[in-house]
Design a protein around this ligand. Structure first.
Ligand code: ADP
Ligand code: MG
Length: 576
């Protein structure tokens, strides 16, 4: 996949700069042995780096000299990171694939680079963005920004590069900015070290500039902060609507911005920048990973499209905003970037996924999602109770994902949805509250278990007991399928016990979801028979069988509220 890198980076493992801080772990990882992981280490890298895998990969080296020790150093020295591994060059993705592939799968919700292809679409005309949408966005949106990473084939990535190679990257990029960016894109390149204090302040206040990596983020102990600020810089066009960051986390971060809600124009400019690079340089890209650079979290499109939008009503109920975003595959951030607060009720709303969807598809999700979010915001201003609607919106989506993953047809899923909707609509508010309180009690019980395995057992127990109380005998799971499910969950959770309420809830959902599947047998032939069987029974609403289906689906609806979304959020909180 990767083209060989000519340049020998010969990176050192331990970073020997005078001002480098000591990691929380006491000393920097020297790469001599299997890392000493502690309970503080949270990364997917730790999860997948078994001793066997370590031994298998420890003597491998890319042509430019990147070793396993370089790849994992950041995650060893910075325990709280969610990913915990960096690529030192393009070839790292291939040489250390046995570590990177499961990390990618874990981070990007099952995206499998060994089986899936990533498609890119940088044609703004494929977006559906009407005049009416533009008008409503312009009313609510303060600014729009789309960014992605591009790295140059044949050079080492920032964590493992040399001074010379870093400068060579800067030179190539600078040439593109100064000679190939024309018309609207024309502008100036500013080496970071030469910015005046005033320029720095102005750029920072506009949200245009990046920060020096700190010891808490992914870049620092990976080696990407060496020789700061040499070789780093920022380009912007005269209107400050096209920006490029040089040699921060990736060789180049391309950014398109505007001070309105015109997502289509911002995307169009983003595509122009990307195409200009594509025409004038060899970019790291392949058809399974999409665009690659330093961090597994930014592969695929590597794109985050965001709008800064005032949401005064949602701002008074942040949990509801998070739930709403989750339902729409969006992510809310504060107004000064990740982990910051939303000043003046200003929220940064962006696409959550990066790979497996094209750029056009992800921007479209933002367009459609924001349209829905603004409708909800408006209804909130009329004091309408939206919580249930948002929760069921989200639970439908998650239930669908899980059940599809279990080979259930869209049609069957829709049938279940209809049943659930009918059932839930029939509940009074106080009935809903009672059910919620009950669910909370189960979750607390599961939260008290010490291991993931115990938690899974407990949930099974609760669901069975609950079923019996309702007069339905749950079928025993076929052993192998039950094991499959357990395996999947363990893979997903990295065998760590579910330690937040959301994670516990997600476990309930997965298991209850499988419960539904149980009444839909696995093989196609059987499936067909049973389907007809079920159809018949559903047509007669008073039979026991229907009751059984309804009760189970209802349980799933209640329990299926926040699956991967919360996990994604947690992971993002740890992100660089
Ligand atoms: P990323 O990882 O995509 O670069 P961060 O969350 O680190 O995003 O934010 C980087 C900077 O970009 C922050 O200062 C943030 O306020 C700013 N920013 C993000 N989205 C927008 C937007 N739509 N309009 C204006 N500024 C934005
Ligand atoms: Mg960031």
């Amino acid at each position: 996949m990767a083209e060989s890198t000519e340049l020998k980076c010969e990176p050192k493992i331990v970073i020997e700069e005078k001002d480098i801080e000591t990691p929380k772990t006491g000393a920097q990882y020297d790469g001599k042995d299997f890392p000493k992981f502690t309970d503080d280490h949270k990364s997917l890298m730790k999860t997948y780096l078994t001793k066997d895998l370590y031994n298998k990969l420890k003597d491998k080296k890319t042509k430019s000299g990147v070793t396993l020790a370089h790849v994992i150093k950041t995650g060893v020295d910075t325990p709280h990171l969610g990913v915990g591994a960096t690529a030192g060059d393009e070839e790292s993705w291939e040489v250390f694939a046995e570590l990177f592939n499961p990390i990618i799968k874990g981070w990007h919700k099952g995206y499998d680079v060994t089986a899936q292809k990533h498609k890119s679409n940088l044609n703004p005309d494929d977006l559906n963005f009407t005049e009416a949408t533009l008008k409503s966005f312009n009313k609510a949106v303060v600014s729009t920004r789309i960014r992605a990473a591009r790295s140059l084939r044949g050079h080492c990535l920032p964590s493992n590069t040399t001074k010379e190679d870093r400068l060579a990257v800067e030179k190539k990029l600078r040439d593109i900015f100064e000679n190939k960016f024309t018309d609207d894109l024309k502008g100036t390149y500013y080496p970071l070290g030469k910015l005046t204090e005033e320029q720095t302040k102005e750029l920072r206040e506009g949200g245009f500039l990046f920060q020096k990596p700190r010891p808490t983020n992914l870049l620092y102990f990976s080696g990407a902060a060496r020789d700061w600020p040499e070789g780093r810089g920022i380009f912007h066009n005269d209107k400050k609507t096209a920006l490029c960051w040089v040699n921060e986390e990736d060789h180049c971060r391309i950014i398109s911005m505007s001070k309105d809600g015109d997502l289509k124009s911002v995307f169009k400019r983003f595509c122009e920048i990307s195409n200009t690079f594509e025409k004038n340089a060899k970019i790291m890209y392949n058809d399974t990973h999409g665009y690659v650079g330093t961090c597994p979290s930014n592969i695929g499109t590597g794109m985050r499209a965001s709008v800064m939008v005032k949401l005064e009503n949602f701002n008074m109920n942040v949990t509801l905003l998070e739930e709403a975003c989750t339902a729409l595959d969006l992510q809310p951030r504060g107004s000064k970037g990740e982990h910051s607060a939303a000043e003046g009720a200003k929220w940064d709303i962006s696409n959550k996924q990066r790979i497996g969807f094209s750029e056009v598809e992800l921007v479209q999700k933002l367009i459609d999602g924001l349209t829905q979010l603004l409708k909800w915001e408006e209804r909130l201003s009329n004091n309408e109770e939206l919580k249930d609607e948002i929760a069921s919106y989200r639970s439908n989506k998650i239930a669908g994902q899980i059940l599809r993953g279990m080979d259930m047809s869209q049609e069957d899923i829709q049938k279940i949805r209809n049943l659930v909707t009918t059932k839930v609509n029939a509940l009074t508010n106080s009935e809903r509250e009672t059910k919620r309180a009950e669910a909370q009690k189960w979750e607390d019980e599961v939260m008290g278990c010490k291991t993931l395995e115990e938690q899974l057992k407990k949930i099974d127990e609760i669901l069975k007991k609950k079923g019996e109380e309702r007069g339905m005998k749950l079928e025993e799971l076929e052993k192998s399928r039950s094991e499959d499910l357990t395996k999947k969950i363990i893979e997903f959770y990295g065998n760590k016990r579910a330690d937040t309420q959301d994670r516990v809830r997600a476990l309930f959902k997965a298991i209850a979801g499988f419960g539904i599947f149980k009444i839909k047998p696995a093989t196609k032939e059987e499936n067909k028979d049973k389907k007809e069987d079920n159809e018949e029974k559903k047509d007669k609403p008073d039979t026991n069988e229907t009751e059984k289906t309804e009760s189970k689906t209802e349980e799933v609806a209640e329990k299926k509220e926040t699956r991967e979304e919360t996990i994604e959020r947690e992971k993002n909180e740890e992100k660089n």
